[in-house]
Design a protein around this ligand. Structure first.
Ligand code: AHR
Length: 635
């Protein structure tokens, strides 16, 4: 075929498509606005989270210093480097014989043999793939230290540019004495260019021996919380309007071994009393994001906590037998629930109050374990029964979620997980249409269309959106759903699991197309579904129609999973006469692989248009590969 002929065919094809001649066969969607069908759960959309992909350390948790507790391996102290400026000479080592607390029994010992103001000995921390420094910003830090000598020892602290070595913000403290003490400091950056190519330095300008532990530095945090969260990421979560937070996992809850499970008792109270622990995802957790911080995160975003409790099984295959052996772990869970929900008159509530939060947190749902179907000993039936009985005896109102189907106990809710390609998600959109309404209600505690890395693409968003239409339609039984994983640090080595909803580095964050699909879906959700019927549409057309009685609006979700436009006649039965305002939000792209990245964060983002609906029949055409949310005023 000649080039000329190929060009002509291409031109004809493109003009047919743009003229709408090449489109899906027209569909009709009849929506009976005044015929309610089933209730929609008011807490359908929430978040699931765990320490994976540097979700908290190097992610949401705003700490800038990496390895603030000085863990080491045979190469030395991880993420810290000794710099001998000028003619200074110093040694850095781990001292296993001294630390500031029972939890942190070791420390970094810095022995400075010679140093001067012009040539100090410095400890450098590389941060989490750099340290973000912004102009005119206040940074707040603290550290524990003691000196060999009783003489005052000045330390200089600074944020320094990697390239120019210019000091961007600085502070100093004086170590007083030979006993462990906590020191606080602040630094203010000037009119510097925002960048993450910076590091932290701690400098000693004279011969001295000093021990350090828990060296910490925070930028401004969301709502100004001490030990708080990154503002940009919290704002992205707030835009999702999540109603609950499932935490702390996921595999992270279970640990590879029982002793490395999420042991809530070791994650509360002052940071210096937290020993830190290894995670299932091949890196160490600072436990700065401890049980109370999860709860404050809930408070800040108005989410209800959905608490996962360790259930006697860890990923490496260790199982605690149901019966007396399991009893201490059941008690651990009951104590945890009391810490979260108890009034200050209870032991747990008093402990929480002593940590600065006298008001209890309301908890309606507790999940026992995570994916216990992986337990080869098949012990979950017995373990679940024991937890269920104990939780119900003390907290009869709490709904207990099973992490896999159980036969002997009537679980209140069952947690289903799905990780699939988009074609399978299209199939799963019908999964709950025929589900048994007499069994437990469903919590889809983890789900994702896994296409795209590190964050998913538009094809994944189409799979997700199709799946969500099925959840909305069946929200009488599916009461909650949460995507997983939520976060990924996109730097090399940051990811352990691909296709994560929100990506970031030290400086910036971005939402994937599936993130925007969820922002759209949660932006408009009625309190009940209405009778609908679709005719003429292909297999890749998905929809859900919910009506909010309170707000008097229709929330219509439409998904066109094909590359061709989809003409749809919307037949809005029962629409009152007059002009009705509608807002249409569209997420679309020309390719399934279209995506956002840290360098191009807004390639695929929603576009909003407005229209006025004057009659019951609306002729509408959906673009190819598109997700649309129509928010129509009914009054
Ligand atoms: O979301 C990633 C992992 O997938 C979770 O930790 C686990 O529950 C599931 O297998």
């Amino acid at each position: 075929m000649t080039t000329h002929r190929i060009l002509r065919i291409a031109l004809v094809m493109s003009s047919l498509t743009s003229a709408g001649l090449w489109a899906q066969s027209p569909a009709t969607l009849t929506i009976q606005l005044n015929q309610p069908k089933t209730a929609v759960s008011p807490i359908l959309y929430g978040l699931m989270t765990e320490e994976i992909n540097y979700s908290y350390d190097g992610g949401l948790y705003a700490e800038l210093i990496r390895n603030r507790t000085f863990r080491s391996d045979w190469t030395g102290i991880l993420n810290w480097f000794l710099i001998e400026k000028g003619n200074s000479a110093a040694k850095m080592s781990i001292d296993a014989s001294t630390g500031p607390s029972k939890a942190l029994t070791r420390s970094a010992r810095i022995e400075v043999a010679s140093a001067s103001t012009d040539g100090p000995a410095a400890l450098l921390n590389e941060g989490y793939w750099g340290i973000a420094v912004r102009p005119n910003t206040r940074y707040k830090g603290s550290l524990f230290a003691k000196s060999k000598s009783a003489d005052p020892l000045p330390l200089k602290l600074a944020l320094v540019s990697d390239h120019s070595q210019k000091i961007l913000a600085t502070s100093s403290i004086t170590i007083n004495g030979t006993e462990w003490k906590e020191y606080n400091y602040e630094m203010l950056s000037g009119s510097v260019a925002a960048s993450a190519e910076n590091h932290f330095e701690l400098m000693v300008d004279r011969p001295a021996t000093v021990w350090l532990q828990l060296v910490s530095l925070f930028p401004p945090t969301y709502k100004g919380r001490p030990n708080g969260n990154r503002i940009d990421i919290m704002e992205k979560l707030a835009a999702m309007r999540p109603k609950f937070l499932r935490f702390p996992g996921g595999n992270y809850l279970e640990g590879n071994r029982i002793e490395t499970r999420f042991d809530w008792r070791k994650t509360v109270g002052p940071l210096v009393d937290r020993p830190t622990h290894p995670t299932t995802w091949n890196y160490h957790s600072s436990d700065g994001m401890g049980l109370l911080e999860f709860l404050l995160w809930c408070e800040d975003l108005n989410m209800e906590p959905l608490l996962g409790v360790f259930a006697g099984y860890s990923l490496g295959g260790q199982v605690v037998k149901p019966g007396p052996d399991l009893e201490p772990y059941v008690e651990e869970a009951l104590d945890e629930i009391e810490y979260v929900t108890g009034g200050p008159e209870t032991k747990g509530g008093a402990l929480r109050a002593s940590h600065g939060h006298p008001a209890p947190f309301p908890v309606r749902y507790v999940e026992v374990g995570n994916e216990d179907n992986f337990d080869r000993s098949r012990s979950y039936e017995g373990r679940f029964a024991q937890y269920y009985k104990a939780i119900k005896a003390r907290y009869p109102k709490i709904q207990v979620i099973a992490s896999m189907p159980v036969k002997d106990t009537a679980a209140d809710v069952l947690d289903d997980h799905y990780y699939k390609r988009h074609q399978e998600m299209f199939q799963l959109a019908k999964r709950y249409d025929s589900a048994d309404r007499k069994g437990p209600r469903i919590f889809v505690g983890e789900w994702a269309t896994r296409e795209g890395s590190p964050t998913p693409n538009l094809g994944a968003a189409l799979g997700d959106a199709a799946f969500l239409t099925g959840l909305e339609r069946n929200s009488d039984i599916v009461i909650m759903a949460a995507y997983a994983p939520l976060f990924v640090n996109v730097n090399p080595g940051g990811m352990q699991w691909s296709s994560d909803l929100i990506g970031y580095d030290a400086m910036n964050s971005y939402g994937s197309p599936p993130y925007y699909a969820q922002v759209l879906f949660s932006s408009c959700l009625g309190d009940h579904t209405v009778e609908t019927a679709a005719g003429g549409a292909g297999e890749k057309f998905f929809y859900s129609a919910t009506v909010s009685q309170k707000a008097n609006r229709l929330c219509l979700k439409l998904v066109n999973g094909t590359s061709l436009p989809q003409p749809v006649t919307l037949d809005l039965k029962g629409l009152s006469n007059g002009a009705h305002k509608a807002r249409i939000q569209t997420l679309k792209a020309d390719s399934l692989r279209a995506t956002n990245t840290i360098a191009h964060p807004e390639r695929v983002v929603p576009v909003t248009s407005n229209m006025t609906v004057n009659s019951q029949r609306v002729e509408h055409t959906m673009p190819g590969y598109s997700i649309q949310v129509v928010d129509l005023e009914l009054k």
